[in-house]
Structures are given as structure tokens and as C-alpha cells.
Design a protein around this ligand. Structure first.
Ligand code: 8X3
Length: 256
């Protein structure tokens, strides 16, 4: 099986950790990027320095990330084959008219600007080396609207369309692009972050159901990467068996 060097953003918890573990299990090397250095070092210890390097940086700090990537290219001679744009967050579930504008700005900064920045940094290198794969973590929220999903869903719709548009530019350059679009996933900090540390509210999201788990997403990512290189998965939408898109709403002033 071919072994890849994979840069994973948002790699200090949840999907990112599970993806790093799944890929190293397949013999890949990973570069894990997130803000929390201590979490990254813990994971590096588990995966070993032979297979794992860390970049402790904010996804929005383009200059610092560029510097770290250059350092890795020079010092370790690790050419990055695959970028997994996993960093992303949802903040709040209020109706658009009640939402906090700072939440909107932060979601746009991480889910769109951060993802675009990393992609823009690495794409020319991938084209130069004649191979690459960009795996974006989208969401079903980018396809199906739900109350309170306003900006979060819109950022994920951006990720979906950006992924498809990248393919339009790159199909003749041996660069693969994949958008993985999960539904309800437990076992990560997603809802804890969305509800700003309200553990009870976050727990309720998964109560009485069997959500997907980060390992399910990691397996899907690893599968897409390790398919033969002539196969490109454009999009994968996955939900737990207990979830489905719902009917359209019609507001009525009376039930008569
Ligand atoms: C996570 C899925 O439905 O909570 O991206 O927005 S959902």
C-alpha cells in the first residue's frame, strides 16, 4: 500500500485525532496542526516522532504556518502529499436574527478563511510535485438547512462548492479533491464548543440515539486517501442510521 505524508488541521481532538491514528495505522506519516501544543505533543508521543510532526499554530496565522511548513520541508524532507482540512467549528444555534455576530465572524474565519489559506499554501507544491489530495471536512449542514444552522451551514456549503470547483481546476494535474460531509457525530468537542461549554446541552444532542463517531469519519477519510490514485471521491455524505433529512416546514397561522 502506498504511504502518504498527510497534514491534518484541527488535530488536537475529535476527528483530527481519529484521522491521525487511522492514517498512521496504515503506515502514513502525519503532520498534526492545532493551537493546543500540549494536546499535539501527547498525540505525537502516542504515534511516535518517526510518524508524526507537530505544528502548534492558529489556523488563521498564515505567516506562522507557512514558516513551519517550510521548516518541515527543509529539515525533515517530508513532502506533503495530502491535506486534510478538518479544523472547523459551529458556534451557537440561535435564529439568525438573534445570533452573535462574533460567532459568525469566527466560523467564517476558521471554516472558510483557514481552510482556504492552507489550501492556497499547499496547492502549488502539490502541483510541482505532480501529486496531491485535498480532503475537506464538510457537513450535511452544507446541503440541508436547519433552524439555527445559518452561518455554520453556509460555511459548509462553501466548502462543498470550493471542493467541486477545485476539481474543475485540477483534474488534469493529478490532484484529487474530496469533501466528506458527516451528519450527527458524537465523541468530539463539536457540541461542547457550539454550546460554549454547556455540557448538559451538549450531551442532550446525542441522548437516546447512536451517532456516528470520529472513528467512522476517520475510516472514510483514510479509505478515500488510500483508494488507487486514479479514483477521486468528489463527495461523501454520511449520517448515522438513526438520522435522515427532514420534511420541509410550512408555517400556518391556524391548525383548522
Ligand atoms: C455537523 C452536523 O447536523 O450538527 O456538521 O450540523 S450538524
Amino acid at each position: 500500500m502506498k504511504q502518504y505524508t498527510v497534514l491534518i488541521t484541527g488535530a488536537s481532538s475529535g476527528f483530527g485525532v481519529a484521522i491521525a491514528r487511522a492514517l498512521v495505522k496504515k503506515g502514513d506519516r502525519v503532520i498534526i496542526l492545532a493551537r493546543r501544543a500540549e494536546k499535539l505533543l501527547e498525540l505525537q508521543k502516542e504515534l511516535t516522532e518517526e510518524y508524526c510532526l507537530c505544528i502548534a499554530a492558529d489556523i488563521c496565522n498564515r505567516a506562522k504556518i507557512q514558516q513551519c511548513i517550510e521548516h518541515i520541508y527543509k529539515k525533515h524532507a517530508w513532502n506533503i502529499d495530502v491535506l486534510v482540512n478538518n479544523a472547523g467549528l459551529a458556534l451557537g444555534l440561535q435564529s439568525a436574527n438573534e445570533a452573535d455576530f462574533n460567532d459568525w465572524e469566527q466560523m467564517i474565519a476558521v471554516n472558510i478563511s483557514g481552510l482556504v489559506s492552507l489550501t492556497h499554501l499547499l496547492l502549488p507544491k502539490m502541483v510541482d510535485q505532480g501529486y496531491g489530495h485535498i480532503v475537506n471536512i464538510g457537513s450535511i449542514a452544507g446541503s440541508y438547512p436547519y433552524p439555527g444552522g445559518n452561518i455554520y451551514g453556509a460555511t459548509k456549503a462553501f466548502v462543498k462548492q470550493f471542493s467541486l470547483n477545485l476539481r474543475a481546476d485540477l483534474y488534469d494535474k493529478n490532484i484529487r479533491v474530496t469533501d466528506i460531509e458527516p451528519g450527527l457525530v458524537g465523541g468530539s468537542e463539536f457540541s461542547f464548543v457550539r454550546f460554549k461549554g454547556d455540557v448538559q446541552r451538549a450531551k442532550k444532542v446525542y441522548e437516546g440515539t447512536t451517532p456516528l463517531m470520529p472513528e467512522d469519519i476517520a475510516e472514510t477519510v483514510a479509505w478515500s486517501i488510500h483508494l488507487p490514485s486514479h479514483v477521486n471521491i468528489n463527495r461523501i455524505e454520511l449520517m448515522p442510521t438513526t438520522q435522515a433529512p427532514s420534511a420541509l416546514n410550512v408555517y400556518r397561522t391556524s391548525n383548522d
